[in-house]
Design a binder for this molecule. Structure first.
Ligand code: GDP
Ligand code: CA
Length: 341
């Protein structure tokens, strides 16, 4: 069996760790390819930083700080203090020393001419991850956030900041007018992402941020079409439980695109997958199936009436065991839907 997963950072990594556990336990021989969001990437102090890919890398290699929820275990911040003292990095963003090692390696390889995909493959060679990570695209499409600013120059009334500044410095507290991905029109899906989708039996949409993780992956020209055309059965897992994002600030992103923070609303936003491809209509339904939490079981019937097979299971990934059970539920559901189609 070939499994492809679309994923963001921390939520995605928790889920993929569960998928790996489930595969090693019950589905030996299955392969897992993870297509990871690159919209949060940016340049800082001359280094290319890729937060979601690093969350994956650290979590799957066991190098992550479980307690804090992100970054490296046993991290120190001596270099970051120097960078701040020079004013080369802002006060609100800290790069750990061990983490900086990864960024320096990545940036060195990029300067040698490796593509982001090649860099990701080289970084993961160091550990036995048990899954293969692919950046969603090899082009730079860093997400920016457009916010209202009455004092803006040129009278536009708007100002744009990098997603990282909005998320980390402002804790997603400034209302968003819209998200803007620079260079999006020039981007195409990475070869690894396309191959994974073309070969998949099962495509899982991780419980990641539907806007700035999954939404960003799908916005890469050609990506939504490649997902829709995949021979794999597509099952998504809700990142929203009983009306709230269990960890993090996904609600602020959903509000920006006018989607309620609600498991069924996110499923409707992704849409029912259309078996017939109608490019002329621009329809881009994604889902064959949707897992929502038992607390949201009341929404199952309505979604099924709209063409999205739905099932309520425990979605809270409290620990590795729960994440593995969730992965099992998602894969079983996909297999069941395959049989039914
Ligand atoms: P980020 O890139 O680090 O923000 O991480 P992702 O985009 O991959 O995932 C963030 C989202 O994961 C959060 O907004 C939550 O909605 C979701 N999430 C985190 N933990 C859990 C969990 O235990 N269960 C479920 N269903 N969703 C979760
Ligand atoms: Ca992210």
């Amino acid at each position: 069996m070939r499994i492809a997963v679309l994923a963001g950072g921390v939520g995605g990594a928790r889920f993929v760790r569960g998928v790996r556990q489930e595969v090693s336990r019950n589905r030996q021989g299955a392969s897992v390819d993870v297509i990871v969001n690159t919209g949060d990437d940016w340049w800082l102090a001359g280094l290319r930083i890729t937060p979601d890919l690093d969350s994956m890398l650290y979590t799957l290699s066991g190098q992550n700080d479980e307690q804090r929820g992100w970054g490296r275990l046993g991290e120190s911040e001596r270099v970051s203090a120097e960078l701040k003292a020079y004013g080369v990095t802002p006060e609100w963003f800290t790069l750990g020393d061990l983490d900086l090692g990864t960024h320096i390696a990545r940036s060195a390889w990029l300067r040698e001419g490796l593509t982001p995909s090649e860099v990701v493959h080289r970084l993961q060679e160091r550990w036995e991850l048990g899954v293969t990570l692919h950046p969603a695209t090899d082009q730079q499409v860093d997400t920016h956030v457009v916010v209202a600013d009455p004092a803006a120059r040129e009278g536009s009334g708007e100002r744009e900041l990098h997603f990282q500044e909005w998320w980390t410095r402002h804790r997603a507290s400034i209302p968003v007018l819209r998200f803007h991905q620079h260079g999006l029109h020039r981007a195409i899906p990475s070869a690894g992402a396309l191959d994974a989708l073309l070969d998949a039996d099962v495509v899982l949409v991780a419980p990641s941020n539907p806007v700035v993780s999954i939404g960003t992956i799908l916005s890469i020209p050609g990506m939504a079409q490649a997902v829709a055309a995949s021979p794999g059965t597509i099952v998504g897992v809700s990142p929203i439980i009983a009306g709230s994002a269990v960890r993090g600030m996904a609600e602020a992103c959903l509000a920006a695109i006018g989607v309620e923070p609600d498991a069924a609303a996110v499923a409707r936003h992704y849409g029912a997958r259309s078996r017939v491809l109608l490019p002329a209509t621009g329809a881009r339904g994604l889902l064959d199936g949707w897992l929502l939490d038992e607390e949201d079981a009341g929404a199952v019937e309505g979604l099924e009436a709209e063409g999205i097979a739905a099932r309520a299971v425990p979605l809270w990934m409290r620990d590795l065991e729960r994440a593995a059970e969730l992965a099992r539920d998602a894969i079983d559901f996909a297999i069941e839907l395959r049989g039914a189609s």
